[in-house]
Design a protein around this ligand. Structure first.
Ligand SMILES: [Zn+2]
Length: 189
């Protein structure tokens, strides 16, 4: 365990609070701060009123390739890349800033859970950094979407231009994603 000065400790607690409020899981908190697991759990309970969920983080790129998650992941990663390139932020700060913008783009009136959680967004950035996932322009709309680096992506068409039939019953979701997509694009233009 790293011995932290008071100022540094205070800064890390502040970071942990912000991460917890954005929905971070314990593993994410542990990876981004030097605070002890016990302190993080205590902090989590104090803020959320419940214990942090147990269990490992999923270590698979599959989720990001499914239809609706892919659209949301793509919106987030576009914002994230924009932040890193133009807003002079990096690391977890860039993830948090991009995630807050993502929430303003996709969250509806209701208190529904966002499709992409902060922990998933962070995992997505790590997959992109390790080149397991990458961005690919859709040959129809030109928007950049998350794809698996190991797949052949010649003539790639995105999930909005080509909505799979199994997604038919979620036409409303497609429309909502489209609106969010346009807004996210307007932001980056
Ligand atoms: Zn497209």
């Amino acid at each position: 365990m790293v011995k932290l000065g008071l100022v540094e400790e205070s800064a890390q607690i502040q970071l942990a609070i912000e991460l917890i409020q954005l929905g971070a899981r314990l593993q994410l908190l542990e990876s981004q701060t030097d605070l002890s697991r016990e302190r993080l759990i205590k902090l989590y309970k104090e803020l959320k009123g419940i214990s942090p969920p147990k269990g490992m983080l999923p270590f698979s790129t599959d989720w990001f390739m499914t239809w609706q998650p892919n659209i949301h992941s793509s919106i987030f990663l576009n914002i994230y890349r924009f932040m890193v390139e133009y807003a002079d932020v990096k690391g977890i700060v860039a993830v948090m800033k991009a995630y807050k913008i993502y929430l303003t783009q996709v969250q509806s009136e209701s208190d529904e859970e966002p499709v992409l959680s902060l922990t998933r967004a962070w995992t997505l950035v790590r997959f992109a950094d390790s080149k397991m996932l990458k961005m690919m322009p859709c040959k129809c709309c030109g928007g950049h979407f998350v794809v698996n680096s190991y797949d052949l992506n010649n003539d790639f068409v995105c999930g909005i231009c080509h909505v799979p039939s199994r997604a038919g019953k979620t036409k409303a979701a497609a429309k909502a994603a489209n609106v969010a997509w346009d807004e996210a694009h307007a932001l980056c233009a």
